[in-house]
Design a protein around this ligand. Structure first.
Ligand SMILES: *[C@@H]1O[C@H](CO)[C@@H](O)[C@H](O)[C@H]1NC(C)=O
Length: 742
């Protein structure tokens, strides 16, 4: 490629490659499309003449098929534009080492009980240890709980970092999260000096984690620690305005002031800036959750360091690769290709996923096919963590052709001055709860408010201002978080996502909002996610109607010997073969694929369904209607079961009632059907041949629900399906079958 170097010494900092196998995919997709057309023709030309119920089932399935076709086209679209990016870090060092931009890192936490302070500071320490000039790094922890426990942990981390960062630098430690490092590395086999250091740093870490865990468990900080830093007085002092987590003044503490050249780690190197921020909370002003926290961080960091690049990570997502900043900068600093790239998104990956990925948390296909597909048509979504932004653009800058960043100028222009206290005072006012009144924050400036998926909608708004984004998914995961370890966590998470995405479809419909601003393909790409929730209804139709119709022996699919049978068979076989091979090519395994099919069904018939219902209720004005209760249980037994691949039900969630009812409907239907077949006097072969696809579908639905039946009838542990859920579901299942039989 001639683009890689030219006469004025331009060397591309990254390369983009189109996905392989586009032709194969297109041939495959086209043939399936032809088969789908045949199915439509079959549906239209064979509507049952007699019998209301036969016609009803027929039309319901046809409508579901029309939707599936539309949605299938959306998924195929993404697959035919995949683009993969490869950064060249060494070129970045050669050309830009002296003008590397400052980077501000935002870590957001909101609840010391769900997000333990020790986990939070492990994330903080991992990003402090990036392979990057420390004087150009600032880390901001936003604590929306305003918890003294989190502050204490961060204070401990600021002391520990003076030992940890030199250790990481000397021994090229990976990953740089101490907790992750000490669980993967138990001894060092290298020279004895390293072993000595290893032991001493490990002891230091353990002492620190003991102090943090003791204070977290007791909810109290020992007096001798309180005396060590003035910051603690914000909570304990009688004059302080801290009353509760919903009502307190801004608490801003610069724990490490990177400007202070005297402040050094134990080896005499500078340290990155470290700031604790609990923005002001009052009961009279909305705080807008994470989007509000991010916007407060944007303003405060602008005052303190004003770095042109911002990385934001969730507090459970530690850095697993100390070179990620450099990777991302390759995509943002290329003189030619980067001019319109607003942000670089890394995938969400998890380090606690069980072998067979029972809850389909690895997102292999999303991460390795769909997001690169979006990248090919204008850029991936902003998914709220593991994302590098350009500050100006996040703050609202519109794209223009003349836009060119001068990295050198950006670095020298903005050194904050004043004493530490002055600086803290100035920055504090920026995080007050009234600051945003009558301003464009949350609308045109910063992250957008009013949507449960503030990140996705902000990304869409940025792209609608003319920018693109890029996706980077290196072999080794750059960020690792914790996936949900119960079925309920997984389903609730997906409910929140699909509900937020559907809300985007309603308030900022990509087709209308993005008209003439983003490519049509990208609008379709967004719809693929925004329509998640809508999939629930057709999937419900397909997983109940064909089985219930078995009870009356009414065929809804072609006879086994009919010519119309072939398009159906073709679609089923090719689609699942393709899906399996795609999954395997994304480094998945067959058991993982099978589990993913189950979670696919569960998400669609519970998470998405509840998201859809909640959204409809909201539209009708019943905004208080809440269907889902989150119940956070994290005990050892639950974790044990998770590791052994045993599905966790345990709580009486209404989502489980739906799933169990569906499973039971299919089981009852098949049992009754088989009984009737055995005792009846019809021609069995004819019956089976005319109902073959329904029997197949019903059978597969039963087999895929095996773990659920086990949890309903066999298991005795606490994770089985609660009796109340079992009773309700049995009642509903019997009722549905009885109605159809009568
Ligand atoms: C995390 O980083 C380590 C190296 O420190 C690597 O061995 C491991 O594979 C990475 N994890 C993932 C999930 O990529």
């Amino acid at each position: 490629m001639g683009k890689n170097s030219d006469d004025d010494g331009y060397m591309a900092l990254f390369e983009s490659e189109q996905g392989k196998g586009r032709l194969k995919h297109r041939v495959c997709a086209t043939s399936i499309l032809i088969a789908i057309c045949l199915v439509w023709i079959y549906r239209v030309s064979n509507i049952p003449e007699t019998g209301v119920e036969g016609r009803f089932g027929w039309i319901a399935l046809f409508v579901a098929e029309i939707w599936f076709t539309f949605y299938w086209l959306l998924t195929q679209l993404l697959r035919s534009y995949c683009v993969y990016r490869y950064p060249f870090k060494h070129r970045l060092s050669i050309r830009h080492e002296d003008e590397l931009p400052k980077v501000d890192i935002f870590v957001c936490t909101a609840d010391p009980e769900i997000e333990p302070p020790l986990m939070v500071i492990n994330t903080v320490l991992s990003v402090m240890a990036y392979d990057y000039p420390p004087d150009k790094l600032s880390i901001f922890l936003s604590d929306d709980a305003g918890s003294i426990l989190t502050f204490h942990a961060l204070y401990e981390a600021s002391l520990f970092s003076k030992h940890w960062l030199p250790y990481c630098r000397n021994y090229h430690v990976e990953p740089t999260s101490p907790a992750a490092y000490f669980t993967t590395t138990t001894t060092t086999t290298t020279h004895s000096l390293h072993s000595n250091h290893f032991q001493s740093i490990k002891n230091l870490y353990e002492e620190m984690s003991n102090r943090i865990e003791t204070s977290t468990a007791s909810g109290r900080i020992p007096q001798e620690i309180i005396d060590m830093h003035k910051g603690f007085s914000k909570w304990n002092n009688h004059q302080s305005s801290y009353t509760s987590k919903q009502d307190h003044d801004t608490i801003l503490q610069i724990l490490i002031d990177g400007r202070n050249k005297e402040l050094r780690d134990v080896q005499g190197y500078q340290l990155p800036t470290l700031v604790y921020l609990a923005r002001q909370k009052t009961t009279t002003h909305p705080h807008h959750f994470k989007a509000g926290a991010m916007n407060a961080l944007l303003r405060v960091s602008a005052e303190l360091s004003n770095a042109p690049i911002i990385l934001n990570v969730d507090c459970d997502m530690y850095s697993n690769n100390s070179a990620s900043i450099r990777d991302a900068l390759c995509l943002l600093m290329d003189q030619v290709q980067s001019q319109d790239i607003a942000f670089v998104q890394f995938p969400q990956s998890f380090d606690n996923v069980d072998q067979n990925d029972m809850y389909a948390a690895r997102f292999q296909v999303i991460n390795q096919v769909e997001l690169p597909g979006l990248d090919g048509v204008g850029g991936p979504l902003y998914i709220g963590t593991g994302c590098f932004h350009r500050r100006e653009i996040l703050e609202g800058l519109k794209y223009s052709k003349e836009y060119k960043i001068k990295w050198k100028a950006q670095n020298t222009s903005t050194a904050a001055n004043g004493t530490l206290e002055e600086l803290e005072e100035r920055a504090k006012t920026l995080a007050s709860s009234t600051y945003e009144l009558n301003s464009q924050w949350g609308k045109q400036v910063g992250l957008k408010y009013g949507c449960p998926v503030e990140d996705v909608i902000t990304g869409l708004a940025i792209q609608c201002r003319g920018w693109k984004s890029a996706y980077l998914n290196p072999e080794r995961s750059s960020f690792l978080g914790k996936a949900g370890t119960t079925l309920e966590d997984t389903l609730v998470q997906h409910k929140r996502w699909s509900e937020g995405d559907l809300q985007i479809m309603i308030t900022h419909c990509p087709f209308w909002y993005g008209r003439n601003k983003i490519s049509f393909a990208l609008q379709l790409g967004y719809s693929h996610y925004c329509f998640w929730a809508v999939n629930s209804l057709p999937t419900l139709c397909y997983s109940t109607i064909p089985s219930l119709y078995l009870l009356r022996g009414i065929p809804l699919f072609p006879h086994l010997s009919s010519i119309w049978f072939y398009p159906f068979a073709y679609i089923i076989i090719l689609n699942y073969t393709y899906s399996l091979f795609e999954f395997l090519s994304c480094k998945g395994t067959i058991p993982q694929w099978w589990n993913e099919q189950r979670i696919w069904l569960y998400k669609r018939t519970s998470s998405y369904l509840f998201a859809l219902i909640d959204t409809i209720f909201k539209l009708l004005g019943f905004s208080d209607m809440k269907f889902v209760i989150t119940n956070k249980v994290t005990d050892d037994q639950v974790f044990q079961r998770y590791q052994n691949g045993i599905m966790e039900f345990g709580v009486p969630s209404p989502m489980f009632t739906v799933l169990t009812t569906l499973a039971l409907i299919n089981m009852f239907a098949l049992l009754i059907f088989v009984t009737k077949l055995v005792i009846g006097d019809q021609n069995r072969v004819v019956v089976i041949k005319s109902l073959s696809l329904q029997i197949l579908l019903c059978g597969v639905l039963i087999i895929i629900n095996y773990p659920l039946f086990e949890a309903l009838y066999i298991r005795k542990d606490k994770g089985k399906i609660p009796r109340s859920v079992g009773i309700k579901a049995t009642f509903l299942g019997v009722l549905a079958c009885a109605l159809f039989l009568s």
